[in-house]
Unconditional design. Structure first.
Length: 291
């Protein structure tokens, strides 16, 4: 189920279809594992994100992009409530690990108790209907894969998609540099993640040169994800049913950790998006030709 090109692929379109089938099959297996719902649901949703990254790579030459992108988005959304139950606890644990000396332990315990209570209804939810919706959406999408076609040959679709996503990432960096708003960092994460997927897919054409790019994109996507989780947790603390003293105790540690993450993200972004998009895309196309 490798999420990458293979020399045996007869064309980029053939690779697109092969990779998509493998990701869908893996997602369907993941949600069917008995006793592994939390991990399986996380994996299934991650595969939907990979599928969206896959088709975005060839979007300029993929006429049914909007249809398939919506299908993969909706499939992941069907599992969203099942994933949401433990999200607050995971973020709280990461914060406690990152700022072990700066947290009020009593406030931490009180908030953890509320998050645990909030997660229980999700854990007790009958997942059958949501999983059935997920399975039906992906099964229908899989049946359409045989008809997937690209309107351009060779590396051209990937070159254009790679360039467009990388350019979006550079613009996201510029917005994050000029704005301290959490939304700027959240919006930036999307093209960063897509560029990471594209580097994974295209890695075989020049592994030694693409690996550093892939690793940077992965690291940046992860820290931006942590930043967004903290933003969501802070908003939930403000709006939720938490003792006021616990909310007050968390404000400074959360703000400090978000600021640290922002600085780290900007430093990673300056390294990742140092190149002009057209130049990067042309260079990767030259690697494809040699490969």
């Amino acid at each position: 189920m490798a999420f990458r090109l293979k020399r045996s692929d007869k064309s980029l379109a053939a690779a697109l279809r092969r990779i998509a089938r493998a990701q869908i099959d893996g997602a369907l297996v993941a949600v069917g594992r008995p006793g592994e719902n939390v991990r399986g649901i996380h994996e299934a949703r991650a595969r939907c994100k990979r599928l969206r990254g896959l088709i975005r790579l060839v979007r300029p030459a993929f006429a049914t992009f909007d249809t398939e992108n919506a299908a993969f988005r909706d499939a992941a959304k069907a599992l969203e409530s099942l994933r949401a139950g433990g999200a607050g606890l995971e973020t709280l644990d990461r914060l406690a690990g990152a700022v072990p000396e700066g947290l009020d332990t009593d406030a931490l315990a009180a908030i953890r108790a509320v998050f645990t209570a909030e997660a229980l209804p999700h854990l007790a939810t009958d997942r059958v209907a949501d999983i059935a919706t997920f399975r039906a959406t992906l099964t229908d999408a899989r049946a359409r894969i045989a008809g997937w076609r690209l309107t351009a040959k060779g590396f051209t679709p990937a070159r254009k998609g790679l360039e467009k996503t990388y350019a979006q990432g550079r613009r996201g960096l510029e917005r994050a540099q000029s704005s301290s708003a959490p939304e700027a960092f959240h919006d930036w994460r999307k093209p960063v993640k897509y560029h990471w997927y594209h580097a994974q897919i295209l890695r075989p054409i020049r592994p030694r040169r693409i690996d550093p790019q892939r690793d940077l994109a992965k690291a940046l996507g992860e820290v931006l994800g942590d930043h967004h989780d903290l933003h969501d947790m802070r908003a939930h603390l403000t709006e939720g049913d938490f003792p006021p003293w616990t909310v007050a105790a968390m404000q400074a540690p959360v703000a400090a950790e978000m600021a640290r993450i922002e600085a780290e993200a900007l430093a990673l972004g300056e390294r990742l998006f140092v190149e002009e998009p057209k130049a990067l895309a042309r260079r990767w196309q030259s690697w494809w030709k040699g490969w």
